[in-house]
Design a binder for this molecule. Structure first.
Ligand code: HSE
Length: 320
């Protein structure tokens, strides 16, 4: 394959991009963290003739579009467009490891993988922020909003704060260390457009008093991460007064599950991304105990749930 600059490129690549937790409580659309697993795996080939095509296998693949609006394909095409290689066609094989619609950044992982893979195949013409803009197009295709709080950590790894959207600017914070991240996922009937719906329930306006409370929670979150103070970090995570109250009504037993996490010693607990999973920041070695307590709390509301424990992942999308 030869790009428009006449460079000879490799024709095929296999990449992975991790699950992520967006918002981290009060950081709606502004904060996200990469997890150590699971991953989406994407193989991409340049296709000189023919059409764009994608096949999807793996966890929940039956619910993922394999048409031109697939997040990986949209993000990959955005890179081709930005680099003047529109004529190139893509052939993709996406193996989903990140479960769709659980609040673990499934579309973010697929979008990050699509943009990252095509940029690698082209010899890395795009700088990180230009690459992020392309990955965000995958999110837009998936849920109607080009938010960056899943795609940014899925691309770059670690904990990311978005410091501006116009133009997009991101900043990498300390990786969360000395804690386990517990993710508890309830088995609920979910609409196909779950994230879009979970965004529609949010208030359009908030009183100043709530804004101040939210800013203090966000400040605690940032200061806790920066100062490696897990208690402060956790108190910030747990004090979302705007998004969590609006969304928690969509999660049966939410209040008791959160209470189970906190009363069992979690530093903090909130909704993972747009839900319905919850996440808790647990002291090291306590993740399984806290996960069980949260699962049982769901059980007392007649809701089956599964939990997993994680570490914050320094690494984002990479060639495998
Ligand atoms: N910030 C996004 C939201 C993340 O909460 O809607 C989920 O995709």
């Amino acid at each position: 394959m030869v790009t428009k600059d006449g460079k000879e490129m490799r024709d095929m690549i296999k990449v992975s991009a991790p699950a992520t937790i967006a918002n981290l409580g009060p950081g709606y659309d502004l904060m996200g963290m990469a997890l150590d697993r699971p991953f989406d795996i994407l193989e991409v080939e340049f296709n000189q003739d023919g059409e764009d095509a994608i096949s999807v296998t793996g966890v929940g693949s039956e619910t993922i579009s394999n048409a031109l609006n697939n997040a990986s394909l949209v993000a990959g095409r955005a890179v081709l467009k930005k680099t003047g290689n529109e004529k190139v066609k893509l052939s993709m094989r996406l193996n989903k490891g990140v479960p769709p619609r659980m609040g673990m950044g499934s579309s973010g992982a697929s979008s990050a993988a699509g943009a990252f893979a095509v940029n690698e195949l082209l010899g890395r013409p795009l700088e990180p922020e230009a690459l992020l803009i392309c990955a965000m197009e995958g999110e837009r295709a998936s849920c109607g909003a080009a938010h960056a709080d899943n795609v940014a950590p899925a691309l770059f790894g670690g904990v990311i704060v978005i410091t501006d959207y116009s133009p997009i600017r991101v900043c990498r914070l300390n990786v969360i260390e000395g804690a386990e991240i517990v993710v508890v996922s309830p088995e609920l009937e979910l609409a196909q457009e779950k994230t879009k719906l979970a965004r529609e329930v949010l208030p359009k306006e908030v009183p100043l008093s709530k804004l101040i409370a939210q800013m203090s929670a966000f400040a605690s979150l940032i200061a806790g991460i920066t100062n490696k103070d897990l208690k402060l970090l956790g108190s910030g995570v747990s004090r979302d007064v705007i998004i969590e109250p609006a969304r928690s009504v969509l999660i049966p037993g939410f209040k008791d599950v959160k209470e189970a996490a906190l009363s069992n010693g979690a530093y903090g607990c909130s909704i993972s991304g747009a839900g319905p999973s919850l996440f808790a920041i647990a002291p090291e070695g306590e993740g399984i105990r806290i996960g069980k307590a949260m699962k049982d709390a769901f059980g007392s509301h007649g809701v089956e749930a599964a939990f997993s424990t994680h570490k914050c992942n320094k690494e984002g999308a990479r060639v495998v």
